[in-house]
Design a protein around this ligand. Sequence first.
Ligand code: SAM
Length: 292
Amino acid sequence: MERLSKYLHRNEAGLWLTENERNHLRISYHLKSVIFEKISRFQHVMIADSYDFGKMLVLDGVVQTTSLDGYIYNEIIAHVPLSLHPHPRNVLVIGGGDCGVAGELCKYREVEQITMVEIDELVVHACKTYLPEISGGMDEKRVKFIYADGVEYVKEVHNRFDVIIIDSSDPVGPAKQLFEPGFYRNVHSALKDDGIMVCQSQSPIFHKDIMRQTYFNIRSLFPHVRLYTSVVPTYPGGIWSFTLGSKKPIASGLKHPFDKPAQYVNDEILRSCFHLPQFIKNELKATSDALT
Ligand code: SAM
């Protein structure tokens, strides 16, 4: 009999991956095949090929990135802080094992070093081997991989990075602490005096509490905070939030016109991503009121 991991099942239509979103919501992807599957010290790592989203990275049964829409997330989390920082030379990525964000950062000639602190070497191996659509295109000479817990790593570094990007999975398992105030305090201290950080802060529709708490935590530390959004079809609720904290005032316009090869980001997106729907503004206002 075929033995399938607990995230997969087969019926008369074929093979399915079912993501347990929350108690009353499940999302199923029809798969062509499972390309790679292994359990690391940290999580179940899978690369699957799906009918509608193409190849995808799945961690503990949760879709992280796909060849259909991964570029949206990777571009928006990378290019917004990079287009705002006056001279981004030294960039830290925490998580990001699919290497898509590192690929976007390599498009900047002024970036001299990209330090990738990923807890799970197996994710990087699987994505480099089986998901080159996302992991490819990196300039490996500038990318330094450190396989460690990002929470521990930032405890030891001070005043070193221009930009820190927290490209984490959901706040469960090894990523839970990447959403906690103590971690953000260390991120703040790992940044130089004009440093900028950004993190993915979950769905404004389904994870309002996490989005609000993340905004609150970052606003408690950084004098300048902005939340921005993009649409990511694979993530539940479609719209996704990112929270950016800066030690120096955030420029209102672009440093110069956006000139990197990209599929989602352009000048208009970089300017408009900070325009928020009213329900998100209301959420953030309640958070800001609590701080004043
Ligand atoms: N774009 C994705 C999303 O929002 O779903 C994130 C993808 S990326 C693959 C997330 C990575 O964070 C995973 O590879 C995971 O192993 C890594 N990660 C989780 N906890 C971590 C920690 N404490 N330190 C460093 N990396 C961590």
